[in-house]
Design a protein around this ligand. Structure first.
Ligand code: NDP
Length: 297
């Protein structure tokens, strides 16, 4: 399919840009951007994400600080670690890997991070700033989707965008970002009626649902651009063998010859998320020195 939007390749380009901004601030100002990642508990997927974040931070020349805490860590201990990192001048970005164990209040933890260091963009202040069109930290996954869309389509003004999913980490911030790009935005969710008809009118579909291959050919207008955020682990019969594989929320094979652009799963939005986390950390570092924001578009 030549319609493929290659997130893996784009994320490499983005990381190269991040690296050059890291180099500049180190050389000219003697400051090394630092990202602190906190992991509470031993969720295997979270351990992989945290490892990748640390590794990629080092690859672009940033400092990486990892805090692995026991699953039984108390709220007080976690909050005092965050306070320490908030006050540490060598730390420009703080991320607390979600989900947290049940006894910890996720909202309270996120809102205890200094908004200027909240590189996930989940702090209530950053949510408010983004919603009102002010300078903020933008959540990494929607930011990655936006960068891919702008790279593929250029000006998004006037486009009819349908976002399927209304989570706080993907759907809602995505809608705000596309509104700011002057798209006409519809958010669909589990209670939406005639979702197929609504999607079929879209120039842009962003699927962030978590339902394997939900979006079929009939849901998509010819020439639309489709960003598939979903990551679903399924068992499929491949060459006569039952194999576990990853699929998105969009039926990939259905889109052949139909769409103008489509992100694959894996290799689409996923690699962009970590690259945008690095970009946000560099942005936070530049802001901490009262410098203009790096340009990543
Ligand atoms: P959530 O579970 O928080 O939200 C899912 C949304 O989809 C909800 O708004 C829900 O509606 C909606 N939904 C569920 N079923 C349907 C349906 N049948 N029809 C229409 N809408 C439906 O998920 P996230 O936003 O956190 O993640 C979505 C997907 O993206 C997941 O597969 C996740 O793994 C992936 N993801 C990928 C990332 C990446 O880096 N590539 C990063 C983050 C997430 P309602 O609100 O009504 O319940």
């Amino acid at each position: 399919m030549n319609e493929i939007i290659d997130g893996k390749k784009f994320s490499q380009t983005l990381r190269t840009k991040v690296k050059s901004y890291v180099h500049i601030i180190k050389e000219r100002y003697g400051v090394t951007p630092g990202l602190a990642v906190i992991l509470v508990g031993e969720d295997p997927a979270s351990q992989v994400y945290v490892r990748n974040k640390g590794k990629q931070s080092l690859e672009v020349g940033m400092n990486s600080y990892e805090y692995k805490l026991d699953a039984s860590t108390s709220s007080d201990v976690l909050l005092s670690l965050i306070e320490k990192l908030n006050n540490d001048v060598n730390v420009h970005g703080i991320l607390c890997q979600l989900p947290l164990p049940d006894h910890l209040n996720e909202k309270a933890v996120i809102n205890s991070i200094d908004p200027k260091k909240d590189v996930d963009g989940f702090h209530i202040s950053n949510v408010g700033l983004l919603n009102t069109g002010q300078k903020s930290m933008i959540p990494c996954t929607p930011l990655g989707c936006l960068l891919l869309l702008k790279d593929r389509l250029g000006d998004l003004s006037g486009k009819n965008a349908v976002i399927v999913g209304r989570s706080n980490i993907v759907g809602k911030p995505m809608a705000n970002l596309l509104l700011q790009e002057n798209c006409t935005v519809t958010i669909a969710h589990s209670r939406t009626e005639n979702i197929e008809t609504i999607c079929a009118q879209a120039d842009i579909i962003v699927a962030a649902v978590g339902r394997p291959e939900m979006i079929k050919r009939e849901w998509v207008k010819p020439g639309a651009t489709v960003i598939d955020v979903g990551i679903n682990r399924v068992t499929k019969n491949i060459d006569g063998y039952e194999k576990t594989t990853l699929v998105g929320d969009v039926c990939f094979t259905d889109m052949a010859g139909l769409v103008a652009g489509l992100t694959p799963v894996p290799g689409g939005v996923g690699p962009m998320t970590i690259a945008c986390l690095l970009a946000n950390t560099v942005t936070a570092c530049y802001r901490s020195q009262d410098l203009s924001d790096p340009e990543f578009t």
